[in-house]
Design a protein around this ligand. Sequence first.
Ligand SMILES: [Zn+2]
Length: 737
Amino acid sequence: MTGAASAPWFTRVRRWGQTNLTELDPTWYPNDRWREQWRTTGIDAVIVNAGGIVAYYPTAIDDHARARYLGDRDLFGEVVADARAAGLAVVARMDSSRVGADAAVRRPEWLARDASGAPYRAGDLTVACVNSPYYTEHLPAVLAEVIAAYRPDGFADNSWAGLDRRRVCHCEHCRTGFHDATGLALPTVIDQSDAGYRSWYRWNVARRNRIWSENARIVRELGGADCLWLGMLPGSVTAQVDRFIDARALLSDARLALLDHQFRGRRGFEDNAETGRRLTELMPAGSVLAESMAMYRSGTPVFRLAAMPAGETTLWMAAGAAGGIDPWWHHIGAVHGDRRQYDRAGSLFTWHRRNEAYLRDRTPVSRVALVWSDLNAAVYGGEDAASRTSTPADGFRSALLAARIPVTPMHIDDLAAQGHRFTTVVLPHLAVLTAAQRDAVASFVAAGGNLIASGRLGALDENGDPAPDGPLCEILGTRLLGQATGETGPHTGGFEDARRHTYLERTTDWPASAAPIWSDLAGTDLIGFGGHLDHVAVRPGAHVLATAVPAFGVYPPETSWRPPVSEPALPAIVVTEGEDGRGRTVHLAADLDRCAGRNDLADHHHLLAGLVRWTLDGPEPVLLEGPGRIDLHPYRQTDRWVIHLLDAGRSEATPGTVEDLWSMGPYRLGVHDPDGSLTHAHGLVSGNALPTQRDGQRLWVSIPALTGHEVIVVTPGDQESAGTGRPGCVDGSPGGK
Ligand SMILES: [Zn+2]
């Protein structure tokens, strides 16, 4: 590692490596082989197993079991020494969630227990309770022992957050602790509509926040101001909600955060970029986000010892870089029959090292914020958060990606302070809003901001009860009537099930400005729907752009004709606009966003993107012409632009899997540059200077092709040959958001 020695270690680290030791590894860990892997991949830091469930050093702490085959070897100490000799930072990995059979017998007070008093088990191990002396006495002792003997730069704890929200611990510590804090008995149901459960949930979130801050304090006091304790963070909002993790609170003052998001969902590679963008938005300027990335087959099914295809590791890491995430190779075990996994990180890591100056300290450029809320996911989403809250957000994300409209994920509690950065905010099915959140939404619109919302905006308070002031739909030009038709879940009916066979029909009540909304749907007045519709009344002055066509037969074909409408058609999409064209609002009473997230139908994408575009006036900062489904992430960095292009195609049957990278193109990238200062461009992946051509206020860059991903740097003057790509490490100069 090079760079300014005075800067904290984590600002000098750009690439990470982790050989996640199994209990067998002390018998055969090949030190030379892994030192060589560190060298060839050019990492700056290693993460190596220290203790927790089992110790990889000769611990003297009672009931801190040694790894089964450790014997008297100090494997952790050897790896630390090897890493120090190689000039690498060292993070000690812990896993503090579980205890083995012997400790479970001797320390019954450590164990999380169900309502019958039986310990919660996880395979051969038992789960430790986060309120037990295991967390308050045992783990601090392990941290102190590791710091005293090895002086690591920090700690990463794998499963620090304990039991999830679906399992209540009934141990004595929890029973008395919860009663002392709330006066309540432990909940007997897992249900956000139960006041006792909600209190228990909040009490658990507060406990995780305290574990985070307390462990950080302990290692700082024992290991120095820059010694960090870091819990591994799950990436998705629902996973965070499930684990009582308040990411916004935990990351508000983070200098470094470690992400564990290897188990990719159905959203494909772009999911990693979105996760990085969402989390870095919560972090202070100049902070660092790194992510453990599997070199083995992750997902469903998982194979710990089998290599991930090269294309997948490359695209996942490239997507992370597009979202502001530093890469970190991760192998399970130290010796492998499938040696292909050792080659997987190399080319991307080499590329990352060469171009690291372009990949940090930059400001994202987007005019649209897609708002998320963990409270809404917990209380409104409940046990169906996938359909109720995740899928609608996925739908907007997917539509905007297809339309190449860059979007920034924003936490609802940041709207008041950060909303001014955006022309338009999108609120997908935010039924639950606190009073402060309602005020922020109303203030944003009152100030002339554009708002797109779906479903029952603000109909519920933070407890899931009807909001005292009613839904917020008034500012969308609608009023909820309390009735609904259709369904929110997946389509499960057969061919003869006509209940989901519904449509949306374009009306003629369109304001003149709105005509372009339908431009990608020219040739039809009707599109398939199949979703859920809240019945709304429309206030004078608002416009109904589309109405719902009730269900009719699918099969046999003789029945598949649209019956005459005998009642006033139900409004599906309602818009308003201020007199000067500012303050446009869209209410999706029909859950088009959820349909788009569930089914990826092009018509739904076109309509959602058209509605968003209607709210965006003025020139688009970045335009991209050319084939395919490209995830676009533009940034400003000093006087230049850094623009990530990621192949988010879904050519494979399972999103997030790919064997080979395909070359696609050509593309034209147009950057809005009213000053006329930009002149040159080059590709960080191709390594080539790229032709540019000015057309008025836009500089167009010609890109012959991209293979998997490309990063285009657009500059005033020829910065490529001027050598601005800084070698080595950067000193963590603060960057804007
Ligand atoms: Zn407990």
